[in-house]
Design a binder for this molecule. Structure first.
Ligand SMILES: [Zn+2]
Ligand SMILES: [Zn+2]
Length: 357
């Protein structure tokens, strides 16, 4: 009958394994043999075996009995009593092994508030130079009347009648794997262990209220379309004294009337006529910081580009700036006055058919 495998062998750890080693080994193997995704023959048996080994080796008292007396020791002590196959294992343990303690986390601990997300539209100039803008938003804050406690000022919350203050409801179920103790959060107090006896009239006992606020958003120079800013502590209020969540602001940059942006460079198209192209000129072009003059040499071709150094967008988190690139577009007249026609005809005559000129 005593063909039971050694618990250390089952988990694949040695006798000196730490609690952490045991937990890690169990987590890995339990995942491998979990009947939800392992349909091989014997997987269920292996999973049961694994649980049994883990129940013993993860418990200091049980482990020391097992170390001294082996399986026999387990059968002859109180540890062998419960459960259909000699062990009662809590579903919480398995769950914890998989998800790192999600269910057994202390639900009464302070909890950070939920994040808030908003979008904000800015101009290209604001993106280039940075700005400070007011963002109106609605968020959940602690009730100013009860300071977030939910109880009418001067009254105390009472122990939750459903769970007796533990915040948890335990239910024991039988299944093919043995008896599970299913631990769930108490629905009445949502794990708090306490319920409001005399609710605050302002928030009706929730401890929270919606507030319209205006938050000043400091946009640094150099941001781009789609940049997400995170503003700490400007999100929704936390619970049980936890800090407020963060506010995330997604920036949308408006399309500009005549500038386009390419990285930190600004692109501008300058339209000139054929005479200006042939003779050259001094052109006035707009930049992010006012007009600038550029020299267009005689004989410029359509598509030629000129660079205005340091007239672009400031590099994010740096002092230096990109450039403005001015591209020349030579416009051919679409219609001519009588005088213009005569002059072009004269020009045509002089230029002849020599394609080099
Ligand atoms: Zn209140
Ligand atoms: Zn409760």
């Amino acid at each position: 009958m005593t063909t039971k495998r050694d618990y250390y062998d089952i988990l694949g750890v040695d006798k000196n394994a730490t609690d952490d080693d045991v937990k890690k080994a169990f987590r890995k193997k339990a995942f491998e043999y979990h009947p939800d995704h392992n349909h091989e023959e014997g997987a269920t048996e292996k999973f049961k075996e694994l649980n049994e080994a883990y129940q013993v080796l993860s418990d200091a008292d049980k482990r020391s009995v097992y170390d001294r007396y082996g399986h026999a020791g387990m059968e002859q002590t109180q540890f062998g009593q419960g459960g259909a196959n000699g062990f009662e294992f809590g579903f919480g343990d398995i769950f914890e092994a998989f998800f790192g303690g999600a269910t057994t986390a202390n639900r009464q601990a302070p909890e950070k508030g939920a994040p808030l997300q908003y979008s904000m539209t800015i101009t290209l100039e604001e993106a280039a130079f940075g700005t400070s803008k007011e963002l109106p938003l609605t968020r959940i804050e602690n009730c100013t009347e009860c300071q977030g406690l939910g109880s009418k000022p001067g009254t105390q919350p009472m122990r939750c009648p459903q769970c007796g203050g533990s915040g948890q409801i335990r239910r024991t179920q039988s299944s093919v794997f043995g008896r599970f103790t299913n631990i769930s959060t108490c629905p009445q107090c949502r794990g708090e262990g306490k319920v409001v006896a005399d609710p605050c009239p302002k928030c009706r006992g929730t401890g929270k209220e919606r507030q319209q606020r205006t938050v000043t958003i400091k946009v640094p120079p150099g941001v781009a379309e789609g940049t997400q800013m995170r503003i700490r502590g400007e999100g929704n209020a936390g619970s049980r004294g936890g800090p407020a969540g963060d506010l995330y602001v997604n920036l949308e940059v408006l399309e500009h009337a005549f500038f386009r942006r390419d990285g930190d460079n600004i692109l501008y198209g300058l339209k000139i006529n054929v005479a200006q192209a042939a003779l050259g000129m001094e052109a006035t072009v707009p930049t992010l910081d006012g007009d600038a003059k550029i020299k267009i040499p005689a004989g410029v071709q359509s598509g030629a580009a000129f660079r205005l150094k340091n007239r672009g967008v400031q590099h994010l988190n740096e002092r230096s700036r990109g450039d403005e690139l001015v591209t020349v577009h030579v416009l051919t007249p679409e219609s001519l006055t009588k005088e213009q026609r005569q002059l072009f005809e004269k020009l045509a005559e002089i230029l002849g058919t020599d394609k080099k000129k």
